[in-house]
Design a protein around this ligand. Structure first.
Ligand code: T3D
Length: 264
């Protein structure tokens, strides 16, 4: 990758993606989104990757769309913001359907599409000093990148509407208390907590995690009856995986399981 606006590294089964424009609070340019999507595509298929961590460099996680990246031209024609979303939406979809756990390490403010990016992840850890801000209304936009879908599901409609319309920062601890995120942790413990979770995923039943993600995706649309059928179908697949045999064998032998993460 020629640019360093997105740092990508893989070690010990974990792919780390770091948004890296700290002087602009990691605001997202179209080039960054292109590279983020490509990095997620590689992570999806790479046997070296069994978990992904997404974080930001410097004092912010991400301040959303870079408002200076040609989306607004003073005195010029109104840009087609739908074209911007043509780049964002595939990234949100890719995170949600990635057949591996994705962990967000929210090290500082997550605003606008930056908040949406974090909330699309499977598990969100945030530094206690971090805030989540649906910044969109401040510039006359609506929450996008999945926020209008995710917020009411996570925290209920009253709080979702309040966050979206008031566009005020929500501190990490309150985000945890509301059920918006998994956990708020002391700033100096964020990296260690995220590493521990990612390492656990990287040695876990990867195929089973992929099936879990499919089950939760289905639950967002299904009535109970259909969801029971989906669970049955997915559980049959999980039950045929070597990790199920290993998990049960290890339990009965009173030893630690050694999961390969493979489907067969
Ligand atoms: O199709 C579509 O809908 C388009 C997609 C839209 C999705 C979106 O994400 S819309 C929302 C875009 N984001 C925002 O509106 C947030 C803008 N940023 C802020 O409100 C503030 O920066 C923060 C509240 C996040 C943090 O404030 P503070 O005081 O800690 O930092 P700061 O001084 O404002 O920012 C530091 C620098 O980062 C500064 O640059 P400078 O002056 O030092 O050179 C600032 O301009 C830059 N920066 C922060 N956010 C953005 C940004 N530059 C470009 N775009 C940004 N979004």
């Amino acid at each position: 990758m020629a640019d360093d606006h997105l740092l990508v590294s893989t070690a010990d089964g974990i792919t780390r993606l770091t948004l890296n424009r700290p002087d602009k609070l990691n605001a997202l340019t179209r080039a960054m989104m292109r590279d983020l999507e490509a990095a997620l595509e590689r992570a999806a298929v790479s046997p070296d990757c069994r978990a992904v961590v997404l974080t930001g460099a410097g004092r912010a996680f991400c301040a959303g769309q870079d408002l200076a990246d040609g989306v607004y031209v003073e005195g010029g024609p109104q840009p087609d913001l739908g074209l911007v979303l043509d780049q964002y939406n595939p990234v949100i979809r890719r995170i949600r359907t990635l057949p591996k756990p994705v962990v967000a390490a929210v090290n500082g403010i997550a605003a606008g599409a930056g908040a949406s990016l974090a909330l699309a992840c499977d598990l969100v850890f945030a530094a206690r000093s971090a805030n989540f801000m649906q910044a969109f209304a401040r510039i006359g936009l609506i929450p996008d990148c999945g926020s209008t879908w995710m917020l009411p599901r996570l925290i209920g409609e009253a709080r979702a509407r309040g966050l979206a319309m008031l566009a005020e920062p929500l501190p990490a601890e309150k985000a945890e208390a509301w059920g918006l995120i998994w956990k708020a942790v002391d700033d100096d413990k964020l990296a260690a907590e995220v590493d521990a979770a990612a390492s656990r995923f990287a040695s876990g039943p990867t195929y089973g995690f992929a099936l879990q993600k499919q089950a939760f995706a289905g639950a967002a649309q299904n009535a109970l009856d259909a969801q029971l059928d989906l669970e049955r179908a997915l559980q049959s697949k999980a039950g045929a995986s070597p990790d199920y045999a290993e998990g049960v064998g290890a339990f009965l032998a009173k030893r630690k399981p050694s999961f390969t993460g493979r489907e067969s």
